[in-house]
Design a protein around this ligand. Structure first.
Ligand SMILES: Cc1cc2nc3c(=O)[nH]c(=O)nc-3n(C[C@H](O)[C@H](O)[C@H](O)COP(=O)(O)OP(=O)(O)OC[C@H]3O[C@@H](n4cnc5c(N)ncnc54)[C@H](O)[C@@H]3O)c2cc1C
Length: 370
């Protein structure tokens, strides 16, 4: 593969902005094309927990997520921490014996893999870390000091600004409607929703939940799961939590300013039957106030149900597709954790014209090619 001259990155969420910035800083001619505004897609409606502790089942995926955590530390050193980066660790506990035993077994496995883990009691957590959390005194709580949360929209804005400073251009509020190809099947143009056409010789499909539709523009079938998730933002006069946490039925994190974010897999499971986002928000708020009573006075601000961008087998799809020279994918759930590492690895591959990193071997797009 030769080095492309001009690259359109389709979608400016955490993945597209990470790929775009890494391409631009390596001297590539990049145009970021975004149907809406940067960072306003799933990236803004995510729990945004940077971790590998929830991904122990498959070793290569765990390792990729650990690399994602390291990439964030590198990124914070390179671009400055700012309002997007919150390396405050993560708390997790359970309220039934089976889930509690599983959590402790996972903590043991993670410790064997040299992943930062501390097991404390509820009483210690209140004394040292989270005074407002109603976790029973004797319950074991696992603290992951190396984990973090990220403010996705602030991060994307930052990466877009840095991309522009490095020479990238952008077309926001403009969608890619068609991708034109040469006679040999290689990428030639993108046609935009305002009727204009850009000559390019590569595209990166970073369209998040719409990635399957964008893949269809080059005749590719990228199977994706349908797994919607609901996130609610509360407004609190005084934010009573200092870090992200997985309590038994609810996930809670600060969000900067007076905002707190709530999410729950149990509430997600009701989305098909409980279509009213206000009802989902009330459920989330009720669960949260049981864990952090001070959240009882908070006000529900906004709730959004988004589709997770999950390729069919649950793992990321990253890299080129041999049948369409110049077409690349950057599609992943856990995209918050993986954005910076995928951005760097994929950009290195695109500018070098070579597949380089073994870390992506299990996550190549071609596994979905019939
Ligand atoms: C409820 C929930 C909780 C989550 N929690 C976590 C978590 O704790 N940790 C974690 O790591 N991950 C989490 N995720 C997943 C994570 O949020 C996503 O993987 C990540 O945000 C995906 O980023 P993205 O850039 O691919 O997508 P997006 O942010 O959606 O960006 C894609 C962009 O592409 C644009 N676009 C689409 N089609 C076109 C087109 N034709 N032309 C131009 N632009 C287009 C869209 O407008 C959008 O802005 C969660 C997801 C959900 C839903």
């Amino acid at each position: 593969m030769k080095r492309p001259e001009r690259i359109a990155v389709i979608g400016a969420g955490v993945l597209g902005s990470s790929v775009g910035w890494n391409l631009a800083r390596r001297g590539a001619d990049v145009v970021l094309v975004e149907a809406g505004q940067p960072g306003e897609g799933v990236t803004n409606w995510s729990f945004s927990w940077v971790n590998a502790s929830n991904k122990t089942a498959r070793r290569s995926y765990f390792d990729l997520n650990v690399a994602g955590m390291t990439a964030y530390q590198d990124l914070a050193r390179t671009i400055g921490p700012d309002a997007w980066w919150h390396p405050t660790g993560h708390l997790r506990w359970a309220d039934d014996p089976k889930a509690g035993a599983e959590l402790l077994a996972t903590a043991e496995l993670l410790a064997e893999r040299d992943y930062g883990v501390e097991v404390c009691t509820g009483a210690e957590v209140r004394r040292r870390l989270e005074p407002s959390v109603a976790v029973p005194d004797e319950v074991p709580v696992v603290f992951f000091p190396g984990e973090a949360w990220v403010h996705g929209r602030h991060l994307v804005r930052r990466l877009v600004d840095l991309s522009v400073a490095a020479g990238a251009t952008h077309r926001f509020d403009t969608a890619v409607r068609e991708i034109g190809t040469h006679a040999d099947g290689s990428v030639a143009t993108v046609v935009l929703s305002d009727g204009s056409r850009l000559d390019v010789d590569a595209v990166v499909n970073a369209a998040g939940p719409s990635a399957s539709r964008v893949a269809g523009l080059v005749g590719r079938d990228l199977p994706m799961r349908r797994e919607p998730g609901a996130v609610t933002r509360l407004d609190c006069p005084r934010v009573p939590v200092r870090r992200a946490m997985h309590a038994p039925h609810i996930e809670i994190r600060p969000d900067g300013g007076s905002s707190v974010v709530l999410h729950s897999r149990e509430v997600d499971a009701r989305i098909d039957t409980e279509e009213d986002p206000q009802e989902l928000a009330r459920l989330l708020h009720d669960l949260a106030r049981q864990v952090v009573p001070d959240l009882g006075t908070a006000r529900i601000m906004r709730t959004r149900v988004s589709n997770r961008p999950i390729p069919g087998d649950g793992f990321p799809s990253v890299g080129s597709v041999a049948s369409v020279p110049g077409y690349y994918e950057a599609v992943a759930h856990s995209g918050i954790t993986l954005g910076p590492v995928i951005g760097r690895l994929l950009a290195e591959e695109i500018v070098s014209g070579q597949r380089r990193d073994e870390m992506l071997a299990d996550f190549r797009p071609e596994r979905f090619t019939p």
